[in-house]
Design a binder for this molecule. Structure first.
Ligand code: IMJ
Length: 255
């Protein structure tokens, strides 16, 4: 079969290290023939990303702190400066204060709540605003979410509320950008041992629940990445406003 993303340019935000879901997605996009624009947060990640992306066709490496309006404006300018249409965006970013993922939800501070919303949900809107002017041939915007947006998952707390806002943002963006031929979707990944997940207390017990999913196993990052390829490809031309679960079927279970 020919490559699914041949001739396409994709922006991927959220590679921090080799365990990042965004990194698995970049690998799968490269395998399918896409050229990549990657963003990083701070110099340390720049070095890490350059090393990880040696085998990829990289069109640009751009610094981007999504909490800074100047950096979002600079991202929009850098995308325009590439002088070619962008076909796909993958947003794989989230952050909450560690204390807010450990303390009772009732103890969430206003500041911590707003930080989680800013980095994890609002950023999708800002990234869409930066990318849409260069998505002149239409295309796809995808983000990563988690079951904790609609169900209570112990300790997910403020991130669950941010993912709920993110998923609602997907629907409003999908409705607005459809007329430009831009589709917007979320992938709800099952628990994967990334650096952000490992930092969570009790994460190993969450992985043990893999045995009780329909597929009787945990989610492989490559499965999440292949769904991201599908969404960015023309195979998904009729798919927008969705939350697609790539979680071994975990979300259907009631016990
Ligand atoms: C995160 C917290 C609690 C339970 C969790 C997770 N489960 C899973 C995650 C069950 C799968 C990972 N996840 C889906 C996330 O969205 C993680 C977000 C996150 C993680 C950290 C850790 C370190 C830190 N801030 C963070 N902010 C967001 O300082």
């Amino acid at each position: 079969m020919s490559k699914l993303l041949e001739g396409k340019l994709a922006l991927i935000l959220g590679i921090a290290n080799r365990w990042s879901l965004a990194y698995s997605i970049a690998q799968a996009f490269s395998r399918e023939g896409a050229s990549l624009v990657l963003t990083y947060l701070g110099e340390r990640q720049k070095v890490a990303i350059s090393e990880l992306s040696q085998d990829f066709d990289i069109a640009a490496l751009i610094p981007c702190d999504v909490t800074k309006d100047e950096e979002m404006a600079a991202l929009a300018a850098s995308l325009l400066a590439l002088g070619r249409p962008l076909h796909a965006v993958v947003h794989s970013l989230a952050f909450a204060n560690r204390e807010d993922l450990e303390r009772p939800f009732t103890e969430t501070s206003r500041e911590g709540f707003l930080l989680a919303q800013n980095v994890s949900a609002y950023s999708l809107v800002g990234v869409a605003r930066a990318a849409v002017p260069v998505m002149t041939a239409g295309g796809s915007i995808s983000t990563l979410t988690y079951l904790g947006s609609t169900r209570v998952v112990p300790n997910y707390n403020v991130m669950g509320v941010a993912k709920a806002a993110l998923e609602a943002s997907v629907r409003y963006l999908a409705s607005e950008l459809g007329e430009r031929g831009i589709r917007v979707n979320a992938i709800s990944a099952g628990p994967v041992k990334t650096a952000s997940a490992r930092a969570i207390k009790g994460f190993s017990s969450i992985l043990e629940a893999g045995d009780r999913t329909p597929l009787r196993r945990n989610t492989d990052p490559a499965e999440v990445a292949d769904t991201a390829v599908f969404l960015a490809s023309d195979l998904a031309r009729g798919v927008t406003g969705n939350v697609i679960f790539v979680d071994s079927g975990m979300h259907v279970m009631g016990f």
